[in-house]
Structures are given as structure tokens and as C-alpha cells.
Design a protein around this ligand. Structure first.
Ligand SMILES: [Zn+2]
Length: 492
């Protein structure tokens, strides 16, 4: 028997956690979760409170299968360890490396009494270092760096397509999700019966630079259930790449002798932006000007990305062979220390500054905004979602004057919003990914596949459900689960 309890990302985007309880034929029990992410939703919500409340006992959890290293998928793992989880954590190696950076950063910021300013409704967020955040006492934190250290000893890593068992009768296989480096979709098989369930994790948007496109899962002839994210379940992404817009905007700013500020999320987005800008420079489409990567967390993730060339897509592999890796470039300067960061503001000419946090709620971007936001020759390029209540949202909404670290600054710099960046599959891609698996099942007309619609806002999930039923007919039934709901997937 296999049951699932929806313990996160149900009727919302963040906090991904599926609690699975398996009972073998001999009556023995095995409890595991797919992901254990942090809740980040809502304005002025106490992150400590919403994340420390668990609807199960972590001591009874035997294993965690982790799809990828975004905070809303891995951010509660150290808390479970702190509360007595003693089992293994299964992931790819790149996920393990990035998760360490992400969880360590979170350990510094999420504590009792601290109000959430880390909000999202796209699932594309990761916590950025908040240089100005107050230091929380260790005891008040959701977890500390020591809990993260213990967490890291529990990882066991596997490559894509390498089948492994987390229990004598439960086999797991990872497929490339094409979402961020190391991300996977997960196929779980009961060895004795062949029954299967699939978890999408976060499914990527095909055609993104650096990483591979999302992979289709094959050999799913005994599939019973699919858990799919629906972040953009009611949207179709534009076909064009953000590269052209970046080129135009940067060239115009260079012409007016200004500086380009790019507030960016540390995991994936910052690296993608660097990739495209360096490519434009190498192709001679924009002038060689300094690119400052001024986010210690983004630079750590960049270093990790450089360690996994085997995970790159064909284009990047070819570039490495011809010695033109856009992730390594002489004009790209990584500013790790605060002292290095300060030197950026002494530079007189045009330059590009990529700094966290992505929604301008903290981090080094705040210092640069104080220097450059009130000058019309400069440009702020927004490359990610700006949640309500954030400084980024105020700027996007056209507020003429904003408060940055207690100072009122006039918004005179130009603003460019580039919406073409997305790390999530749109409805077309989700349908293709699900349709392929469903069509492989020979007895699907007799035994339809149940699709759980999770990790999405109401409209995105429910509209996607309708569209999926419309296109696949009786081959699927969809379900939009509530938080805390328990469903039996495989009866005895
Ligand atoms: Zn993600």
C-alpha cells in the first residue's frame, strides 16, 4: 500500500513536501518524502512559524528524495534533521552541492520573530544574502549552520538513469528536469508489482542556456499517478529569447554612458544572465565592458556550475571545446568580499552590475541602487518576478521615489522588464511531458492515470487540469489536493 499526504505546495507554490507511507506485503512500513521545501509565500508572514509547524513526526521519516536545490524544495530539510530525521537524503550530486549553499544561507536568515520579506509566487526564488539583516540568536533560528552540516552527511547521490533502491521493494530513478543544474524528475517503482508513480519536481523551460532540456520519461507502462507542478499551468511562454532585449538595453545604456544594474536571483538566473551577456560580448554585439558579479551566493553557484560540464547542453559543451565558455570570461569580475564590492562604485565608465537580492529586498543591490537609481543615464533591468510589497515591485510599479536602507532615492534610472526568462515549463510543455507518459501505458483506457496538480496558484492549477482532461480525455483524471489531504494510491 502507498499513501500520500500533501504537506506543502498544495494550492500554493512553495513548501514542496509529499509525505509517502509505504506498507510492504509483509506489513513492514517505510515512510519517505519527496522534497522538504520552505514555505515562502505571503506578506508579513512569520517564516519561522509557518515552517516549524509539521503535520508529521520527522523521527518516523526514513528517507527524503530531493528533486532540486531551490529553497522551496530543500529549505526544510535541516529543520527535519534538527527535529530528529535520521535517514538518508537522495539527490544528484550537483543538487547536493547547490543545496548546501542554499540551506546555509537560509540558516542565517530564517528565525523566530523575523518577518518574511522573502516572497514568491513563481517558485523561482531563492533566499539571497541579506547583508543588512539583523543577526538572530542561534536558538531562535529555524536551524543553524551546524544542522546544515549534519544534513550534508546524510546525502547519497545518484546520477540520472541510475536505478537505486531506497527500500528493498522501492526503486527510484532520476531524469533530467531541465529546470536548474542537477534538477530531476523522479520515477518511483514498486519492484514486486511494477507499479509506478512520477514526480515532476519543477519541470524546466526548454531552450534555456547552460542546462539540458527537460527529459521525457520512458517505460512507464505501469504508471498509476503523476504529481505535476503547475506554476505556469495557464500560460504559454513567448518563443523569443531574452538575448535580443538584453542587447538593446545594454547598448542604449552604453550610448548614454550609464551603468546597467541587474538585480538577480542567485541560483540559475544570475548564471543565465551572465551566459547571455558574455555571449553577446564574444559575438561583438555589445562592447566589452566590465561585468561585476556582486553576489557571494551567485558566485558560489557559478563555481559549482563550472564543476559539472557533463550536465551542460550541447551548445555549451561545444563552446567549451572551442575555448569560449561564457561562464569564464576575462571581463567577468567576481566580487566576493565587501571591500571588493565597494570598488565597483569607484569605476567611472559604463559597466554591468549583477547583484542580489532578486526582488531588491536586501543584499548588495541596495548599495548600488543608492549610487545609481537617481541618474537617468543608468538602467535597471528586471529579470525575475517582483512580489507585492518588495522594493522591486515598487520600482516596477513606477513609484517616483523609494526608500532604500532608510534613504529616500528618486527613481530616475530607466527601467527594463524582461519577462522572457523562465525556469518553469509552460502549459504546452507540461502537457507534452504528461501526454508522453500516459500514451505509453497500454491499458490506460481501462486504468486512467491520476494527475495531482500541485505547486501552483489556484487559476494556474485548475485551468491546467481542465485543459489536460480536455486534451487527454478519459486517459487521465485530475485532482487538485488540499494541504494535509491524504490519498491512497496503491491499495493493498
Ligand atoms: Zn525550482
Amino acid at each position: 500500500m502507498l499513501t500520500v499526504t500533501f504537506s506543502g505546495a498544495a494550492r500554493t507554490v512553495t513548501g514542496s513536501l509529499y509525505l509517502l507511507e509505504y506498507t510492504d506485503k509483509d506489513g513492514s512500513k517505510f515512510t519517505f518524502s519527496v522534497d522538504a521545501g520552505l514555505f515562502q509565500v505571503g506578506q508579513k508572514v512569520n517564516l519561522f512559524k509557518i515552517n516549524s509547524r509539521l503535520i508529521f513526526d520527522p523521527k518516523k521519516l526514513d528517507a527524503i528524495v530531493l528533486t532540486h536545490a531551490h529553497l522551496d524544495h530543500c529549505g526544510r530539510i535541516p529543520y527535519l534533521v534538527k527535529e530528529g530525521f535520521g535517514g538518508r537524503i537522495y539527490s544528484t550530486e550537483a543538487t547536493k552541492d547547490i543545496a548546501e549553499v542554499v540551506m546555509l544561507d537560509a540558516s542565517k536568515h530564517i528565525g523566530e520573530g523575523e518577518m518574511a520579506d522573502l516572497t514568491t509566487n513563481t517558485g523561482e526564488i531563492s533566499v539571497e544574502s541579506k547583508d543588512n539583516s539583523k543577526n538572530l540568536f542561534e536558538a531562535q533560528r529555524l536551524y543553524t549552520s551546524l544542522d546544515v552540516e549534519t544534513t550534508m552527511t546524510r546525502f547519497q547521490t545518484h546520477e540520472y538513469h541510475q536505478k537505486f533502491r531506497i527500500h528493498p521493494n522501492i526503486q527510484v530513478e532520476f531524469f533530467d528536469a531541465g529546470h536548474i543544474l542537477g534538477s530531476c524528475t523522479v520515477l518511483i517503482t514498486e519492484v514486486s508489482s511494477g507499479r509506478q508513480v512520477v514526480f515532476s519536481g519543477d519541470l524546466g523551460n526548454p531552450g534555456k542556456p547552460i542546462i539540458q532540456d527537460p527529459e521525457m520519461i520512458s517505460k512507464t507502462d505501469r504508471l498509476t499517478h503523476i504529481f505535476t507542478e503547475t506554476t505556469y499551468g495557464n500560460r504559454v511562454h513567448p518563443e523569443h529569447s531574452p538575448k535580443e532585449r538584453l542587447k538593446e538595453t545594454i547598448n542604449n545604456t552604453i550610448k548614454s554612458k550609464g551603468k546597467v544594474l541587474i538585480p538577480s536571483f542567485s541560483v540559475e538566473r544570475a548564471q543565465e544572465v551572465i551566459y547571455l551577456i558574455v555571449e553577446l560580448m564574444r559575438e561583438g554585439q555589445i562592447k566589452n565592458i566590465p561585468i561585476y558579479l556582486d553576489s557571494p551566493m551567485a558566485s558560489k553557484v557559478l563555481t559549482i556550475a563550472l564543476n559539472y560540464p557533463e550536465l551542460y547542453d550541447k551548445e555549451l559543451q561545444a563552446k567549451i571545446k572551442s575555448q569560449t565558455n561564457p561562464l569564464r570570461y576575462k571581463h567577468l569580475q567576481v566580487m566576493d568580499s565587501v571591500a571588493e564590492s565597494k570598488t565597483i562604485n569607484q569605476f567611472k565608465g559604463s559597466c554591468i552590475i549583477i547583484a542580489g537580492s532578486g526582488m531588491m529586498t536586501g543584499g548588495r543591490i541596495l548599495k548600488h541602487l543608492q549610487f545609481y537609481l537617481d541618474h537617468p543615464e543608468n538602467t535597471v533591468i528586471v529579470v525575475g518576478y517582483q512580489a507585492e510589497g518588495t522594493l522591486g515591485r515598487q520600482i516596477v510599479d513606477g513609484v517616483p521615489e523609494v526608500e532604500v536602507e532608510g534613504k529616500m532615492i528618486a527613481v530616475k534610472a530607466k527601467l527594463e522588464i524582461i519577462n522572457e526568462f523562465s525556469a518553469h515549463a509552460d502549459s504546452k510543455m507540461l502537457k507534452k511531458w504528461i501526454g508522453q507518459m500516459v500514451s505509453e501505458k497500454p491499458d490506460v483506457d481501462q486504468y486512467p492515470v491520476t494527475v495531482f496538480l500541485t505547486h501552483g496558484e489556484k487559476n494556474a492549477s485548475t485551468e491546467f487540469g481542465k485543459e489536460l482532461e480536455h486534451s487527454l480525455g478519459k486517459k487521465v483524471t485530475t485532482h487538485w489536493p488540499r494541504f494535509g489531504e491524504k490519498v491512497t494510491m496503491w491499495p493493498k
